[in-house]
Design a protein around this ligand. Structure first.
Ligand code: F6R
Length: 609
């Protein structure tokens, strides 16, 4: 959600800024802009719409000379998408240009204060308030002005700042919104996410809340909230550049769907040794596990759907009460937690605003927090008692696929690890679970072998107005995710229901030719699902059934189309059944001509509430 880049060095800034912003396009945006110090003052160019529009205006950056600059892709929160509301925002006197991710919650109060003192505003944004405040408090020392501004603003921010009086510097500060500093040779960078700078450097420093960085071409200095100088550790990014490129695929989403077997292998293999689950990073002791009286899983969107699968696994194996909640609800209710409650936070980005707030709420109420996160060093990872990384590599497409699969894999590891530590599950049963978990990458690869069947099916239904997904138990959990995948990238209206709930209302939506996708992999309730399939077919629905290979023949007799997956431990089934449905969403969106990697209105990392 929004993207920030900044450059100071010896090369031209604008081409790098445009290139960096292009690498952040996946985060979602509706306008873009850059500001460069061009030898005489700050020169700002911005425009509503795709980055290609800005790139065209700037002729790839050639028309905006200068070696210091900042750039931004904006996803509108305060004020409609427009040229004037795009960032950078510039102060009244033209001294400061600012790019901002996040939301300044008290911006109206601050704006009114400045208006009363004669400051003139041109945009509807909260960001302009920051630019105006900087100039208002500026007495010749930018660092001091930044310090005074961050004492007054409330909310979340990652800020890139340049000042006409310091033409050789870029300033950066953040709170609750990610920002990294890239360290190069004779050049340094800021970015809201790693792909933006990966072509230049792998050495980065992460800013913590309210820390300030001052970048010059030959070095970066850091200050803490107390305005004392800081030393920051340098991290080396382990991804290779290719991981953040399309690598011959038409879209990142297809690349990431196909990367799932490998990603699963990286998540699972190092954590199973000599027939045991080994979670080196987990500080939770066997004694503490025994004390756990309740588990919550809290997350948003696709990550929440992982929680829905987890509930079945936890209850089956650990016999512990469990609740799954979306973070935006959890943070504002009064959940009953104590020091024996384990709260599992799931987040690909590790920066989702609601999920982060839920984590803080859980900690405030005394619970122990374990997070499952993909982005190393992200805020959620930093603030948790324990963190298990999914090691999925960068996920660029807005629609989450390999993050979902690897989050599920970590959930299986956690539940089996806890079962192992509790020692209640018979040894033979545990060994069978571990064997299945180790087979998961190969079985996922097998599900990817038959893309053509799904492509053909998509070609018949990509014009549908509505679609319904049904399932029971873990198949219901997979239905939720399949339905979200389809609607977010193809814009087709779709819903997921439990098979048993249909006749309590939703069945009235069915008419001749309505497409119903029935996930029927959960053996214990297969016959119940067949009854549901008959019910929907009797109302004229066309049914695609998904089941395990052993049930193929029965399914063939009951449904119009079939797709079979290998058999595996019940609670791991969604890891396989989701694959044809990710492909289905992809092909439908592709046939409809949708912007698959950057669906409308969506952002990859939702860092505002
Ligand atoms: C859907 C999708 C979103 C995210 C959600 C949470 O494909 O990607 O629903 O799952 O915004 O994001 P994270 O996992 O980064 O907290």
């Amino acid at each position: 959600m929004c993207g920030i880049v900044g450059y100071v060095g010896e090369e031209q800034a604008a081409p790098f800024l445009l290139n960096g912003l292009q690498k952040l396009e996946y985060r979602g945006y509706d306008s873009a802009g850059v500001a460069v110090y061009n030898g005489t003052g700050l020169h700002v160019v911005k425009s509503k719409g795709r980055l290609s529009v800005l790139d065209g205006i700037l002729e790839g950056g050639r028309t905006l000379p200068g070696v210091v600059g900042i750039g931004h892709t904006r996803w509108a929160t305060h004020g409609a998408p427009s040229d004037v509301n795009s960032h950078p925002q510039v102060s009244d006197g033209g001294k400061f240009a600012v790019v901002h991710n996040g939301i300044i919650e008290n911006y109206l109060e601050l704006k009114n204060h400045l208006l009363r003192r004669g400051v003139e505003f041109v945009s509807d944004t909260d960001t302009e308030v920051v630019a105006q405040m900087l100039e208002y408090y500026y007495r010749g020392d930018v660092l001091e002005a930044i310090g005074r501004v961050i004492q007054r603003v409330e909310g979340s921010y990652a800020l890139g700042i340049i000042c006409a009086d310091c033409p050789e510097k870029v300033f950066a500060v953040r709170k609750d919104s990610p920002l990294i500093i890239g360290l190069g040779q004779g050049e340094n960078f800021i970015a809201s996410d790693i792909p933006a700078i990966l072509s230049k450097t792998r050495d980065i420093c992460r800013l913590r809340d309210k820390e300030i960085a001052v970048l010059e071409k030959d070095g970066v200095k850091f200050w803490g909230e107390d305005m004392e100088p800081l030393e920051k550790p340098v991290e080396t990014v382990q991804w290779d550049v290719a991981a953040a490129e399309k690598g011959g695929y038409e879209h990142f989403m297809m690349k990431e769907i196909c990367e799932q077997p490998e990603a699963l292998r990286k998540t699972i293999s190092p954590r199973i040794r000599e027939g045991k689950i080994v979670l080196d990073d987990m500080k939770l002791t066997a004694e503490q596990i025994k004390q756990i009286n309740k588990v919550f899983i809290v997350a948003c969107g696709t990550s929440y759907h992982v929680g829905v699968v987890a509930k079945y696994a936890f209850e089956k194996l650990l016999k512990v009460p469990m609740e799954v909640d979306v973070a935006s609800e959890f943070r504002y209710r009064e959940p009953i937690l104590d020091e024996n409650t384990l709260v599992i936070i799931i987040s690909q980005s590790g920066e989702t605003a609601d999920t982060l707030a839920a984590l803080r709420e859980a900690k405030k109420r005394g619970a122990r927090v374990l997070s499952i996160v993909n982005v190393v060093g992200s805020t959620i990872a930093n603030e948790s008692d324990d963190v298990l990384y999914t090691w999925a590599g960068p996920e660029i497409a807005v629609a989450s696929t390999k993050a979902y699969s690897t989050q599920l894999a970590v959930i299986y590891l956690v539940v089996l690890y806890m079962a192992q530590e509790l020692g209640h599950t018979p040894a033979g049963e545990m060994a069978a679970y571990l064997e299945d978990l180790q087979r998961l990458p190969d079985l996922a690869a097998a599900c990817l072998m038959d893309k053509e069947t799904i492509q053909y099916f998509a070609s018949k239904y990509f014009n549908a107005r509505d679609m319904y997904f049904i399932g029971r138990n873990v198949d219901y959990a997979a239905s939720l995710e399949a339905s979200l995948k389809l609607k977010e990238i193809s814009y087709i209206h779709s819903e997921a229901y439990t098979g048993g709930e249909l006749k309590h209302g939703p069945i009235s939506l069915l008419e001749d030719g309505t497409l119903v996708i029935a996930i029927c992999t959960y053996g214990r309730l297969f016959d119940k699902m067949m009854s549901n399939v008959r019910e929907v077919k009797a109302r004229g629905a066309v049914v695609l059934g998904i089941t395990t290979r052993d049930k193929e023949e029965t399914l063939r007799q009951q449904t119009d189309y079939q797709f079979c997956i290998p058999k595996i431990t019940d609670f791991m089934l969604p890891s396989l059944s989701i694959i044809p449905l990710q492909l289905f969403a992809y092909y439908v969106a592709s046939m409809k001509g949708c912007d698959i990697d950057k669906p409308r209105n969506l952002a990859k990392s939702v860092t505002v509430e």
